[in-house]
Design a protein around this ligand. Structure first.
Ligand code: GUN
Length: 300
């Protein structure tokens, strides 16, 4: 084993361990939840899923298990694919009014018969655990306090964990979804990075990636990013969770890209666990804000 990279004199690349960081976040939250429970208060998260999408079932299962681990009250509402938009809006209305619920998440995608924008807009912005309500999206754009979408928030924590100073760095974000690409680009911009957002119509993706000091791959295309696209010493965050025909989970980045990087997140065990941990973190923040609000009302 050498202690330098074969390409140049850089230290060998490191994996950024999202599993370990997420476990630390959960342990810290568990401690805070215990403190709150000594005062008779418990954070509550409602997770709503519509239909039978296997990936959504597995993500929601992980979210509900994580709630139990840290001591949150959680409500898992699983509705059939035949649920109408009006029925779903009624459920959200009830959760908005439920004082035991501080965070609400509607798992996406929704069945095509349901208008996603209308549903996300119906969640009380003060209970918006995903930060997907248009008011909160606007606040994030303006740099105002708002719940930060979970995967982008997890990505920033992973970059901090890896000791990456984003100021002045060239970052390429591959993927322009509302869930990851757009919000992570805003967060990186707020950290003074120079951000390029690439997508399926980008003219020369390999060349865009070659220029980047930090690569965020969130496109949902197995092993799209190739080793010869990687600037030596780049940081790579692989957001992709793609299942092969053989049932194996693979990212958007070819694993051998690691050899050219300074640090890279694995799949699985990188961004995925952080998304779940940040959902808990957001819910706890919403719970604390609710307490502040209640104490203000009492004082008046
Ligand atoms: N589907 C894929 N990622 C997410 C997420 O972060 N939140 C929700 N609500 N749905 C998703």
């Amino acid at each position: 084993m050498t202690d330098t990279n074969l390409l140049d004199n850089r230290p060998p690349p490191r994996w950024i361990d999202g599993q370990a960081l997420a476990a630390r976040v959960r342990a810290e939250l568990k401690r805070k939840v215990q403190e709150a429970s000594e005062r008779g208060l418990t954070p509550g998260l409602a997770v709503v899923r519509v239909g039978e999408d296997p990936a959504s079932k597995s993500y929601v299962g992980a979210k509900v298990r994580a709630c139990a681990e840290v001591g949150f009250h959680s409500r898992h509402i699983s509705l059939p694919a035949t649920t109408t938009e009006a029925e779903l809006l009624d459920r959200i209305d009830a959760l908005n009014r439920d004082p035991a619920i501080h965070g609400i998440l509607v798992q996406l995608p929704l069945p095509p018969s349901i208008d996603e924008a209308r549903v996300l807009g119906a969640i009380d912005p003060a209970k918006d655990a995903d930060g997907f309500h248009p008011l909160n999206v606007g606040r994030l754009l303006l740099g105002l306090d708002a719940p930060v979408p979970c995967t982008p928030k997890g990505i920033l924590r992973l970059l901090d964990e890896a000791g990456v100073d984003l100021r002045g760095k060239r970052v390429v974000v591959i993927g322009r979804s509302n869930i990851v690409g757009k919000p992570v680009a805003l967060l990186l911009l707020a950290r003074d990075a120079s951000v390029a957002i690439c997508h399926s119509k980008t003219a020369d993706l390999p060349e865009e990636v070659r220029r980047a000091d930090v690569i965020i791959a969130a496109v949902g295309c197995p092993a799209l990013i190739k080793p010869d696209w990687i600037k030596p010493g780049a940081i790579i965050i692989d957001v992709g969770i793609n299942r092969t025909a053989a049932g194996k989970l693979v990212g958007d980045v070819e694993p051998t890209c690691f050899d050219r990087a300074t640090a890279m997140t694995p799949v699985p065990g990188g961004v995925g666990p952080m998304t779940v941990a940040m959902l808990l973190d957001n819910t706890f923040e919403l719970f604390c804000r609710g307490l502040d609000y209640r104490s203000t009302v009492v004082e008046e």
